[in-house]
Design a protein around this ligand. Structure first.
Ligand code: GLN
Length: 472
């Protein structure tokens, strides 16, 4: 399927009709959505066309259909975070990223499915049912931004937004043969993102090509007075980048971590590394000895932050309906609406922060995080770290949610970029029995231009761009 950049080129030369592109997307939605369940709410084609009429010639995204993860606030459009707690919540404001997309003419057509409050890796933990993988309907699409990834993979939108606290945009990208880039912490405003773990997360662009990722990230990036954690930078320029010379790439491969991947993933990542080597990239082997402990540090910090963030859902502010006869009873009934995984995380997070245990868990995890960051900073100024995005192929529906530990481990390769706040791009590298496999590159803070340049040449090398799945 045509990428956004290709469409925009044709439209500007007047050799294509934008309405035909919109129709194509809504036809795909009609065919696939009943089987895939990528969207929680969705506007009609007529509404999209009406918005187009109002936004014509507005900017770089004019006429482009955007899917937004349902934990990102949209004015007058429900924003549920995949939870029963917020099932009828309609924000009175737009998230900054949404505002910027609209300002550039982008048309938001719907809100995509996710694990409740973005806590998960498969989109099975949504109160709105699981999202299925358009490449194989028996498999998950990854999570927690599974809806955005699946919509892209079946051609149900042009570009999408996800959020990545510990891999939630990259993991589903890799399971659906699409692209995502987790930006440097602070490059993109989180104003209007329903928070899970603030010190780790970034809203992340998702797309069917590297060029499209660059375009969307450029538009949403930059300082925002409404988010004090944004860096004091203007929009970062990303649409003028030429592909990197593969001979000049310096790649580091963490052998001890690659070793724990499933054999199909290992085979594909090694094939990919060998291809880079043949092209002249320099490959160095490294060891990230703390790799497995980093996963524990991530979950300790994420759950502690989550327990504090989720205390706002007390039934007074959200949801607003009248539930109980007195305060205690009301709050109790409101909090019963959380799903089991969210309850587990609130309980664990509260325990981690409690008197007498805080030093043992939270403080220890924060120390480990500092070590991870210091160690990574030294490496990423010298080389791009390459890793698979997931240690496994896309799991079967129902396979991973039975055991939280195996579910948590799906993000073992992703969480290190969130702990360190560094950027990481995930891209498809191949297939095994029809199931997509992805890899990622990580670099130094604000090294997004490097990642896009490398991504562009890797995309040329693999030829895996603009792909649309065929299972629906
Ligand atoms: N698997 C991670 C978690 O559940 C990813 C979450 C995310 O990035 N939103 O915490």
């Amino acid at each position: 399927m045509m990428t956004v950049t290709e469409k925009l080129r044709l439209i500007s030369k007047e050799s294509a009709d934008i309405i035909d592109f919109i129709e194509e997307i809504f036809n795909n939605i009609k065919r696939c959505e009943p089987k895939v369940n990528a969207y929680i709410s969705l506007d009609s084609m007529e509404i999209a066309i009406e918005r187009l009429m109002n936004s014509m010639d507005k900017g770089k995204l004019s006429g482009i259909l955007v899917a937004v993860k349902d934990n990102i606030s949209t004015m007058y459009m429900p924003t549920t975070a995949g939870s029963k707690v917020l099932y009828d919540y309609v924000p009175p404001f737009d998230a900054t990223v949404v505002e910027r997309i609209k300002k550039d003419g982008g048309i938001i057509i719907g809100k995509t499915n996710l694990d409740e409050f973005a806590m998960g890796s498969t989109t099975e933990l949504s109160a709105f049912g699981p999202t299925r993988n358009p490449w194989n309907l028996e498999r998950v699409a990854g999570g927690s931004s599974g809806g955005s990834a699946a919509a892209l993979a079946y051609g149900g939108c042009d570009i999408a937004l996800g959020s990545d606290t510990g891999g939630s945009a990259r993991l589903p990208a890799s399971y659906t043969a699409t692209y995502s880039l987790k930006p440097t912490y602070g490059l993109v405003s989180r104003y209007g993102l329903i928070p899970y773990a603030n010190s780790l997360e970034q809203i992340s662009p998702m797309a069917r090509s590297v060029e499209d990722l660059a375009l969307l990230l450029e538009i949403i990036s930059g300082w925002d007075k409404k988010d004090a954690t944004t860096l004091g930078l203007k929009r970062i320029k990303l649409t003028d980048i030429s592909p990197a010379d593969l001979k000049e790439l310096r790649i580091c491969i963490p052998l001890n971590l690659i070793d724990i991947a499933e054999k199909e993933v290992k085979r594909e990542i090694w094939r990919f590394i060998k291809r880079l080597e043949t092209e002249g990239s320099r490959i160095d082997e490294i060891d990230l000895a703390w790799g497995k402990e980093a996963l524990s540090a991530y979950y300790t910090i994420a759950l502690a932050e989550a327990s504090s963030n989720l205390s706002r859902y007390d039934g007074i502010l959200y949801p607003t309906e009248n539930l109980g006869k007195n305060y205690r009873n009301h709050v109790l009934l409101a909090r019963k609406k959380f799903g089991f995984e969210v309850k587990r995380r609130i309980l664990l997070g509260t325990f981690i922060l409690s008197e007498g245990y805080k030093d043992r868990y939270y403080v220890m995890a924060a120390r480990l995080r500092r070590l991870v960051r210091e160690n990574l900073m030294k490496l990423v100024t010298k080389c791009l770290i390459v890793l698979p995005t997931s240690p496994t192929l896309p799991p079967r529906i129902g396979e991973k949610i039975k055991d939280p530990i195996t579910l948590y481990a799906l993000d073992i390769y992703n969480i290190i970029a969130n702990l360190a706040g560094i950027p990481a791009i995930s891209f498809p590298i191949g297939f095994s029995s029809g199931l997509p496999i992805g890899a990622q590159l990580m670099t130094e803070p604000l090294g997004e231009r490097k990642l896009i340049a490398a991504g562009l040449s890797i995309e040329e090398l693999t030829g895996l761009r603009g792909m649309v799945a065929d299972a629906c």
